[in-house]
Design a protein around this ligand. Structure first.
Ligand code: HEM
Length: 389
């Protein structure tokens, strides 16, 4: 009986402490003029609910507080806007102090020279360097033939599989294809090493930035350090070999005819940016395209017709050219329709450089001086899956 009373007493104390913490955190951010919403726990905020429920978290909060509310996510006090008109205003007003602003964990792990972390001339340098890797000439002479070759090898052997886990395959395909575009000389064990570290890195970027043993953040930072070590060794080997390489790393490291000369640290950050930006986006788009095509056999048939007609004009091993890709009108429509229907990117993030009054129509006026002021603009489109008859 005595033990029971003790446990009960302990529970009551824990409940009291928890509600006091929640109330205290809520009070800290209840400045006049801030939008409604909940702030969750000190430090952690509502990160767990946000990561667990994904878009449903945003939808539920919108139901309770409207399209413009506050929260505390990934270690940052956050204002969420799901209002189309306001989102347009925010996206078009970088000069008014609404600049790209990603959570601390992402900035720490993706690197200080990462395109999302730099502004002004540095942003232009990193952007120009990335764009030069996908110029029309690079597309025609390198990317296209290499991706064509990669996809043929990747898809061969699928006929024997009884079940294909499309989510798993598209993730693997997106990672592998971009890693091999970056460094085509990597062997299978090295690819696996990058893959293991990369997945830890991704999880780390979506965590609260608490650097303690066992946290996803610590593991993400360590993974990033390991990727840096692998890249440093690779770059050193390449320099010592004196060979010329025609993959992305080769172009980033090139000193002659290169308008965008980068330091080794900048090169490593570019490589991680390419891997990170192209992973979730490309894998989700491919997966959803396959799902929609599966649900609409008539569209799949049309797509096959377009591809087989191009194939008929070629030898079996002849790669696709840029003109072939340009001629794929229906395929392009499928890609656009997939991007329209599926929510590939759930939201983008901006931070304010100073206190501001949001929305010229004075709908919202709030001071952000005590906040680390990240704004998530969430485009939660409604996905309509047509039922198969
Ligand atoms: C279906 C595929 C993709 C979608 C839907 C997509 C979507 C987006 C969106 C919405 C942004 C704007 C983010 C912001 O303003 O905060 C963005 C930026 C960016 N994306 Fe993608 N992306 C895709 C594929 C890729 C790939 C394959 C790469 C790299 C190889 C890439 C690299 C980047 C970079 C570097 C930026 C930042 C640009 C800048 O700050 O100037 N994306 N993407």
């Amino acid at each position: 009986m005595g033990i029971m009373m003790m446990i009960l007493g302990l529970l009551v104390i824990i409940v009291c402490i928890c509600s006091a913490l929640l109330r205290w955190n809520q009070m800290r951010y209840s400045k006049k003029g801030l939008p409604p919403g909940t702030m969750g726990w000190p430090i952690f905020g509502e990160t767990t609910e946000f990561l667990k429920q994904g878009p449903d978290f945003m939808k539920n909060q919108r139901l309770r507080y409207g399209s413009f509310f506050k929260s505390h996510i990934l270690g940052c006090p956050t204002i969420v806007s799901m209002d189309a008109e306001l989102n347009r205003y925010i996206l078009m007003n970088e000069s008014k102090g609404l600049v790209a602003g990603y959570p601390q964990s992402m900035l720490d792990i993706l690197g200080t020279c990462n395109i999302a972390a730099v502004h002004g001339p540095s942003h232009r340098l990193m952007r120009g360097s990335l764009l030069s890797l996908i110029s029309p000439a690079m597309m025609k002479d390198h990317l296209l033939p290499k991706i064509d070759d990669f996809m043929r090898n990747y898809l061969c052997g699928w006929d024997d599989l009884e079940t294909v886990d499309i989510q798993e395959k598209t993730k693997h395909m997106a990672f592998l294809s971009s890693l091999l575009q970056i460094a085509e000389t990597l062997k299978k064990p090295e690819v696996e090493e990058y893959r293991t570290e990369f997945f830890k890195l991704v999880v780390g970027t979506l965590s609260v930035p608490i650097d303690l043993p066992g946290t996803n953040y610590r593991s993400g930072v360590q993974a990033r350090n390991n990727i840096d070590r692998l890249l440093t060794e690779l770059m050193q080997e390449r320099r010592e070999s004196g060979e010329t390489f025609t993959d992305m790393l080769g172009y980033l490291m090139k000193k002659e005819d290169n308008r965008y000369l980068l330091t080794d640290k900048e090169i490593r950050d570019q490589v991680v940016t390419i891997l990170y930006s192209g992973y979730e986006t490309v894998s989700t788009t491919s997966m959803m395209a396959l799902k929609y095509l599966h649900d609409h056999p008539e569209a799949l048939e049309e797509l096959r017709r377009e591809h087989l007609a191009i194939r008929e004009r070629k030898r079996p091993d002849e790669p696709l050219t840029l003109d072939d890709i340009k001629s794929m009108k229906f395929t392009r429509a499928v890609i656009f329709e997939t991007s329209r229907l599926a929510t590939i990117v759930n939201g983008v993030l901006r931070k304010t450089t100073h206190d501001l009054e949001l929305n010229g129509k004075k709908l919202f006026s709030f001071s952000l001086s005590n906040l680390r002021n990240i704004i998530i603009i969430s485009f939660l489109k409604k996905i309509i899956f047509k039922e198969k008859k």
